[in-house]
Design a binder for this molecule. Structure first.
Ligand code: ASP
Length: 335
C-alpha cells in the first residue's frame, strides 16, 4: 500500500521569496513544487500543512518547538512519517527539542530545508524535499535532519556552513544515511522504534536557560551577572576536553554559587568532535568538584534544548542533573 507522509511547512529559506527587505517567508513555492511532482510512482502520498505564520527560523522560540511537536502528535496515527520544512539557522535546536518532546517515537520525522529558495532555479530544496519524502517512508523511527545528501540524527547535527550546500555535519555520530544514486541507510546506527509518542505535548513553565561560551579573559563580574537569579540552566561551552580557566580568581566561585542556588550547569566542549572528559585535566576536574555535570559528547544545542525540556517539564533539579548525563534520545554515545 502506498505510504502517506505529512509535510509540515514551518518556514525557512526553502519557501522564501526575495523582497525589498531581503529573503522573507512566502506562501506558494512549496505548494507549486509539490504540484509539479504529484503522482510520481516512487513517491508516497502526502498532505501539506502550513504553520502560520511561516517563520525565518531565527525567529523561532521554544514555544514553536512545542507547537510543532503538538502538530505531529495530533496527526501521528494518520501518517506513516513526517517531513518538517524548516529554516537551517536553528534547525538543529528544533530537531533536538523534538527528539525529547516526541519521546517514544516509532515513526520517522525528517527535517529539511535549503540554502537556496525553491524560487531559485538552482535550489537545493528540490532534492531535499523529494528525498525527505522517501526517507520518511523508511524504518528510521527518529527525528532526523536531511541535508546535502546526508541524513543525520537531528540531535547530533550542527550547522557548519552558511552557503555551501553541505551545510550540516555530525561530529560525534556518523550519518544515518548517505544519498547518492542509491540511498544507503546504516540501520545498525538507527535507534529502535519507541512505544509511541505522548498524547499531548506541553511544558509546565519557560525555564531560563543560557549557553555561555568560555573565552580567555572572561571576567568574574560578567560571569556573576550572567549566572544571576533567575537562570536555572547553563550550558558551559568549555575548551577541548572540558577545561576551564580554573586558576582565575572568582570564576569557579561564581559558578559554584549558581549551582548551590539550584542551577544546573552542564559542560559541553567548543570542539565540534570529541567527548568531554571533565576529570582529565585539573582545569576540568575543578568543575566536577563544584557540581558541574559533564555533557559527554552532546552538542551544545542538544544540551541546551534538553535542559529546556527537562526543566520546562517541571522535573526536580536533582532529577534534571541525573538525566543530563544519561542518553534520552540518542544525543549521547555510550562511554
Ligand atoms: N534564515 C533562514 C532560516 O533559518 C536560513 C535558511 O533557511 O537557510 O529560516
Amino acid at each position: 500500500m502506498t505510504k502517506k507522509v505529512c509535510i509540515l511547512h514551518v518556514g525557512g529559506t526553502i519557501g522564501m521569496a526575495l523582497s525589498e527587505y531581503g529573503w522573507v517567508p512566502a506562501k506558494g513555492f512549496v505548494e507549486r513544487y509539490l504540484k509539479s511532482i504529484e503522482s510520481r510512482p516512487a513517491l508516497p502520498d502526502w498532505d501539506l500543512h502550513r504553520l502560520e505564520p511561516l517563520l525565518d527560523s531565527a525567529n523561532m522560540r521554544p514555544s514553536d518547538w512545542v507547537r510543532i511537536a503538538g502538530e505531529i502528535v495530533a496527526r501521528y496515527d494518520d501518517y506513516d512519517g513526517f517531513v518538517v520544512l524548516h529554516g537551517t539557522d536553528t534547525m538543529v535546536y528544533t530537531a533536538s527539542a523534538l527528539s525529547y518532546l516526541l519521546h517514544g517515537l516509532a515513526k520517522p520525522v525528517v527535517m529539511t530545508g535549503a540554502q537556496l529558495s525553491l524560487q531559485d532555479v538552482r535550489s537545493d530544496g528540490r532534492e531535499h524535499l523529494v528525498t525527505a519524502l522517501i526517507l520518511a517512508t523508511l524504518e528510521i523511527p527518529e527525528v532526523t535532519l536531511y541535508f546535502g545528501a546526508q541524513l543525520f540524527r537531528g540531535n547530533r547535527a550542527q550547522k557548519i556552513h552558511n552557503h555551501d550546500f553541505v551545510a550540516f555535519a555530525s561530529g560525534n555520530l556518523r550519518p544515518l544515511a548517505k544519498v547518492g544514486v542509491r540511498i544507503d541507510v546504516r540501520f545498525d546506527l538507527v535507534r529502535p522504534a519507541g512505544s509511541g509518542v505522548p498524547r499531548a505535548v506541553e511544558l509546565e513553565r519557560e525555564p531560563e536557560v543560557i549557553a555561555l561560551r568560555v573565552f580567555p579573559g572572561i571576567s568574574e563580574t560578567l560571569l556573576r551577572r550572567v549566572l544571576a537569579d533567575p537562570v536555572d540552566g547553563v550550558v558551559l561551552e568549555t575548551y577541548g576536553t572540558g577545561t576551564f580557566p580554573s586558576a582565575q580568581a572568582g570564576l569557579l566561585d561564581a559558578i559554584g554559587e549558581a549551582i548551590d542556588r539550584g542551577a544546573v550547569v552542564v559542560n559541553c566542549s567548543q570542539c565540534h568532535s570529541g567527548r568531554v572528559h571533565q576529570d582529565l585535566y585539573g582545569t576540568g576536574r575543578a568543575l566536577s568538584d563544584i557540581g558541574v555535570v559533564s555533557g559527554h559528547d552532546m552538542t551544545p544545542e542538544a544540551a541546551l534544548t534538553k535542559l529546556y525540556c527537562l526543566l520546562g517539564a517541571g522535573r526536580p533539579v536533582e532529577e534534571v542533573r541525573r538525566r543530563m548525563v544519561h542518553d534520552l534520545a540518542g544525543e549521547i554515545s555510550p562511554l
